[in-house]
Design a protein around this ligand. Structure first.
Ligand SMILES: Nc1nc2c(c(=O)[nH]1)N[C@H]1C(S)=C(S)[C@@H](COP(=O)(O)O)O[C@H]1N2
Ligand SMILES: [Mo]
Length: 334
C-alpha cells in the first residue's frame, strides 16, 4: 500500500484558527483555573482551552485513517442520489479528504484539524430523531426510515464558515421542505429548532466545565426552512456522511454561515417564537440569528470581504448570500 503523506501547504491563518472559540475558550479556561482544579476535565480540556491554535500534524500519515472514517455504518439505508442540475459551482470541488480533516465540531474539541478523529467515537446507529412541538403528530423517526422515505438527491453547494474558510462539496440528502411535507408542521409554527446530541461519554468537548451550553441548538424561520436551498445532508461525496461532517443527519444552509447548520441532530421542534441559538448564547455581539453571508457586514473581529477555500492559499471575494441571492434574497426584503 502506498504511503501518502499529506502536507498542508495551504495552511489558513493560524492566529485565527479557532476564532469562534476565542471568546468562550478563554472564559472556560479561566473558569477552570478559578475553580482551582482540572478534575474530571483531563488534559484534553486544558489543551483546547489554553491553546486556541494548535500546530497541525504536519507530515503524519493520516490518509488510511481518514479513509476509514468514510466506511458506512452497519445497516445504513443510504444510497447516493442523482445530481440536481440547478445547483452549479463557480469553483472546483474541495478534495474529499481535505474537507474530511478540517471541521468545526466543538463536541469533539476545538481543534479543526483533529476533531475528525475524536468524532469517530460517536455511535450513529441506531439513531432516532424526535419531531415535536407544533406538528400534526409528534413522532420519533429512525434515521434509516427517514432515508428510505425521502427523495435523496445530490447537490453541489458552496459552504462558508464565519471564520472565513470555505469549501465546495457534493452533499447527498433531501430538501427540508420534503421532510416538512412528511411531518406536517401546523400553520401556527413560525420557526423550527434543531438540537444536536448530548453524550458526554462520547463527546470529549461536552465533558467537564467547558463553558458551552450543550447540546448544540440552532433555528430557522419557517420560510427559510421551506426555501428550496434548505437541505438535510445524510451523505457527502457519494456515500454516508462521515461523523466529522455531522452524521447521520445535519442541516446545510448554503446562504448562511456554517454554524447555522447543526450537525448530528436528534430533535426537530416546530415552535411559535424565535428560538435561541447556541452561538448567539455564547456571544450575542458576534453571532446573530439570521447570519446570512454578507461581505459588507464585518464580524466584530474581522472583515468578511474575502474567504479562502480550504486546500488553497488564495483569498477570493465573498459573495452576498454566498452567491445564492437569486434563491433567497426575496425572503429578506423589508
Ligand atoms: N452540533 C454541531 N454542529 C455544528 C458545529 C458544531 O460545533 N456542533 N459547528 C458548525 C460550524 S461553525 C461549521 S463551520 C460547520 C462545519 O461543518 P463541516 O465540519 O462539515 O465542514 O458545522 C456547524 N455545525
Ligand atoms: Mo463555522
Amino acid at each position: 500500500m502506498p504511503t501518502i503523506h499529506i502536507r498542508k501547504t495551504w495552511d489558513l491563518d493560524r492566529s485565527a484558527a479557532t476564532p469562534e472559540a476565542d471568546f468562550n475558550g478563554r472564559r472556560a479556561f479561566l473558569a477552570q483555573v478559578g475553580l482551582g482544579g482540572l478534575g474530571g476535565l483531563g488534559a484534553y480540556g486544558l489543551i483546547t482551552a489554553c491553546r486556541p491554535s494548535v500546530a497541525d500534524d504536519g507530515d503524519v500519515d493520516v490518509e488510511d485513517e481518514l479513509r476509514q472514517t468514510l466506511v458506512p455504518p452497519p445497516g445504513s439505508a443510504f444510497e447516493p442520489g442523482k445530481r440536481v442540475a440547478a445547483y452549479t459551482l463557480d469553483r472546483p470541488l474541495t478534495d474529499e479528504l481535505t474537507a474530511a480533516r478540517y471541521n468545526n465540531f466543538y463536541e469533539f474539541g476545538l481543534n479543526k484539524e483533529r476533531c475528525w478523529r475524536e468524532a469517530q467515537r460517536l455511535t450513529v446507529r441506531p439513531w432516532t430523531i424526535e419531531v415535536s412541538g407544533l406538528v400534526d403528530k409528534p413522532l420519533t423517526l429512525g434515521i434509516d426510515d427517514i432515508i428510505r422515505k425521502m427523495p435523496v438527491e445530490e447537490r453541489l453547494y458552496r459552504f462558508r464558515c464565519v471564520e472565513r474558510w470555505s469549501m465546495a462539496v457534493p452533499w447527498h440528502g433531501f430538501s427540508f421542505r420534503a421532510f416538512m411535507d412528511w411531518v406536517k408542521p401546523l400553520s401556527s409554527a413560525k420557526f423550527v429548532r434543531f438540537v444536536s446530541f448530548l453524550r458526554r461519554d462520547q463527546a470529549v468537548g461536552q465533558r467537564g466545565n467547558s463553558g458551552y451550553t450543550w447540546p448544540y441548538y440552532e433555528g430557522l424561520r419557517i420560510d427559510e426552512a421551506a426555501n428550496e436551498l434548505c437541505f438535510v445532508a445524510t451523505g457527502i461525496y457519494g456515500h454516508d456522511l462521515p461523523r466529522q461532517h455531522g452524521a447521520p443527519f445535519r442541516m446545510v444552509l448554503p446562504w448562511k454561515y456554517g454554524y447555522k447548520g447543526a450537525k448530528s441532530i436528534v430533535k426537530i421542534e416546530f415552535v411559535e417564537k424565535q428560538p435561541r441559538t447556541f452561538w448567539n448564547d455564547q456571544n450575542p455581539r458576534e453571532y446573530g440569528f439570521l447570519s446570512n453571508v454578507d461581505p459588507n457586514k464585518p464580524h466584530p473581529r474581522w472583515s468578511q470581504a474575502t474567504e479562502t477555500m480550504i486546500g488553497t492559499n488564495a483569498p477570493r471575494p465573498t459573495l452576498p448570500y454566498n452567491g445564492y441571492g437569486e434563491f433567497v434574497a426575496e425572503m429578506y426584503k423589508g
